[in-house]
Ligand binder design. Structure first.
Ligand code: SF4
Length: 712
């Protein structure tokens, strides 16, 4: 048996690819497998909800190129885990599609092929032997609403609320911050309203890399005479210029982690400039007096110091906002990935409320959600706490008492595992190892989980790291456009897409719903739910329609083929689902910088154009002009002050880890700030998180940067 690395180098991926027909893919009636903007579905991949016909998106093709790979040759699994673990995420992804059930016994050094029937028996036996409270169930946004609903119902009938999804590492701060202010957890407007807005804020997001067609909508706003205001510490070329020489009208670069100060400064300037909509504030909100008093007590000098932005600049931006009639606030994980992520989201809502920009058409709040069905996962109950009415419905429908104990979020599950308190876990999609901060801790923690099951289409580092002593099962599943029955997904505009599925490309993969029903039948025989019925997706759709508010049209979607907006989500009138029916201004203390004498830089981890979440398609980033992901992007003056050179090497260290020998790039970021690529940067990032949302602070880690060799 030869060493794996050299074998891969001579094994050109292109030779293993079946012919990729991009137009056949994008025109198939399936929701895009990449971002949460939610293209595709019954209109095909080049047409949006408004029947507009935009361009092909490279992100969508990247996801498709991965799914159309040939199967991983089984000889690869002759190699021990230690060799597989030497492969990068990019190399593992490009090994091909998984087409073999794989089992690694505890203490063995490699995976071995296993039959589907044996795998199901093994899996059911392991979960049956475990205390449900010592297990967890995790999903990504790749899976369908149908699979998510079956998974969460099975887990709860089994006996645990330890059910969560990858948004607990991404946008949970959004859900918390929106609930406290406007009484919802998702976008308050749809695409139709967005295209009628005259001002769009893009805060802490880089849609040119992560939501490409959103940039088309930004350009359209500029073309109709509207403003696009970008707030981002990094000057991202794809936002400076959208296309054809048109780009952001204003681009503010606050220091990393100073968002709350800037948002408070903007609110202060709006109030001081008498730009508030006092009629709206009086009639539809509460808490304004306390909010105004807090801003009055916040000095402009402190705002300027913390943000690195002059008072005049912030006032000018507030004046621009004041001229808008229909403003939309969009944001990404640059807002949520902080110790104060939920407070950041509340501050955005505050700013919108000041001018009555929530609760009317063509204005509102728009979190830019990551994966194509991550919002749907929350909607169908893949979360630790079900809404009371959903819990009540499920209990009455199935005549059961479901667990009442508080379930654990994603990080809490990992922390429990670190304490040796998790015996079994099921992970449907995603890459929990790579997504978790503090990589060394994550690997050791995952290995403490005695038995892990992964449902996946390709291999990733989460399948080969954190595995040394524990037992694991990998189950190969269908991609969305290979499903034999239609599935549904929810976009970030609360729009439910219907995906037809399509031809199965590999002979040993199974639908996730089929796998979960097989597990549920074996694990819960004679239980109150006949999971064999759920093998028909239409039955799952009817169950979701009955249980989940706003989802009634799902009941017969397989006949009607009618996609729809989830009921009760859009706020076109100022009627808020809070206890008083009024929106609430939130008052939160703005934080001090994370930097310290020992770790004087604040570092944000970022994604590249050539990746999607933790999946890396290309080493290079065509927007930032980086050729390797093992790099740090810094301000020119910091490079000089440290005696470094652009194109040279540096070591980056934090209290939890080091990245040695990273390539130094000059980049337009504030002094004292730096960027590195996620998930590689997770070796530096600790598990500190926003207390209210549990979202880790992936984008504000204090680090030291030195010339390579100076670190001890
Ligand atoms: S913008 Fe997002 S949803 Fe639309 S095609 Fe691109 S990746 Fe897919």
């Amino acid at each position: 048996m030869s060493n794996l690395k050299p074998v891969l180098q001579t094994w050109a991926t292109a030779e293993r690819l079946p012919s990729l027909n991009p137009s056949a893919h994008v025109d198939s009636r399936n929701a895009c497998k990449a971002c949460g903007l939610g293209m595709g579905g019954q209109r095909g991949g080049r047409t949006n909800e408004l029947d507009q016909f935009p361009s092909i998106c490279r992100k969508s093709l990247q996801a498709h190129s991965s799914d159309t790979q040939g199967p991983i040759p089984v000889e690869v699994f002759d190699h021990p885990l230690a060799e597989l673990a030497q492969l990068s995420g990019h190399e593992l992804e490009h090994l091909g599609r998984l087409n073999t059930v794989l089992h690694k016994a505890a203490g063995e050094d490699r995976y071995r092929p296993l039959g589907w029937d044996q795998a199901l028996v093994l899996m059911a036996g392991k979960f049956r032997a475990a205390d449900p409270d010592r297990t967890f169930f995790y999903t990504s946004g790749r899976s369908s609403n149908e699979a998510g609903f079956v998974l969460q119902l099975m887990a709860r009938l089994y006996g645990t609320n330890n059910v969560n999804n990858c948004s607990y590492y991404c946008h949970q701060a959004t859900s918390v911050g929106l609930q406290t202010t406007v009484g919802t957890g998702t976008a308050t407007l749809d695409l139709e309203q967005l295209v009628n807005s005259d001002c769009i804020f893009v805060i802490g997001a880089n849609p040119s890399s992560n939501h490409p067609r959103f940039v088309t909508l930004l350009k359209a706003c500029r073309d109709r005479g509207g403003q696009v205001i970008v707030i981002n510490p990094a000057k991202e070329p794809g936002l400076v210029t959208f296309s054809q020489g048109v780009g952001a009208s204003e681009y503010l670069q606050p220091k990393i982690g100073s968002d709350l100060w800037l948002l408070q400064g903007l609110a202060k300037a709006v109030i001081e400039g008498r730009h508030t909509d006092q009629g709206f504030i009086d009639a539809h909100t509460e808490g304004f007096a306390a909010f105004r008093a807090d801003l009055e007590a916040t000095s402009w000098a402190s705002i300027a110091v913390q943000t690195g932005l002059a008072e005049d600049r912030i006032r000018a931006l507030a004046d621009l906002y004041a001229r808008a009639d229909h403003a939309v606030f969009a944001w990404g994980m640059g807002v949520t990935h902080h110790l104060h992520g939920a407070a950041n989201v509340e501050a955005i809502a505050n700013l919108a409320l000041l001018r009555g920009m929530v609760g009317k058409p063509a204005a509102g709040l728009l979190p830019l959600r990551g994966h194509s069905n991550i919002q749907g996962m929350g909607t169908v109950g893949v979360k630790p706490t079900l809404a009371a009415e959903v819990l009540d419905h499920l209990e009455k429908t199935y005549g059961v008492r479901l667990p009442q104990t508080k379930g654990m979020d994603t990080l809490a599950c990992l922390e429990a595992a670190a304490q040796g308190n998790i015996d079994a876990a099921l992970m449907m999609g995603g890459n929990l190892f790579s997504a978790t901060p503090n990589s060394a801790w994550a690997a050791a923690t995952l290995d403490k989980i005695g038995f892990k099951v992964f449902l996946t289409t390709t291999l990733n580092r989460g399948h080969v790291v954190g595995m040394e002593t524990s037992e694991a099962l990998i189950l190969p599943v269908s991609a969305r456009d290979e499903e034999r029955q239609p599935t549904t997904q929810e976009s970030m505009f609360n729009y439910i897409r219907l995906s037809d599925g399509g031809p199965v490309r590999l002979d040993h993969v199974r639908s996730e719903v089929e796998v979960l029903c097989g597990l549920a039948e074996a694990l819960l025989p004679g239980g109150p739910v006949d999971f064999s019925l759920f093998r028909q997706h239409s039955h799952v759709q009817q169950a979701i329609a009955a249980a989940i508010p706003g989802m009634a049209p799902l009941a017969d979607i397989s006949q009607t083929k009618q996609e729809f907006t989830v009921g009760g989500r859009l706020l076109t009138r100022p009627e808020f689902a809070t206890a008083t029916g009024r929106a609430r201004f939130a008052v939160r203390a703005a934080p001090e910088t994370q930097a310290s004498a020992a770790f004087p830089f604040v570092l944000a981890s970022v994604r590249s154009e050539g990746q999607f979440n933790s999946i890396v398609y290309d080493e290079a980033d065509k927007f930032r002009k980086t050729s390797t992901r093992w790099c740090v992007l810094m301000n020119r003056m910091d490079i000089d002050a440290l005696g470094l050179e652009a194109g040279g090497r540096a070591d980056v260290s934090s209290p939890v880890g080091q990245m040695r020998g990273v390539l130094v790039y000059e980049y337009d970021v504030p002094r004292g700030n730096a960027l590195t690529y996620y998930p590689e940067a997770n070796v530096l990032i600790g598990t500190a998180h926003d207390d209210r949302s549990k979202t880790p602070a992936f984008k504000s880690t204090a680090v030291a940067i030195r010339a390579t060799g100076e670190l001890r």
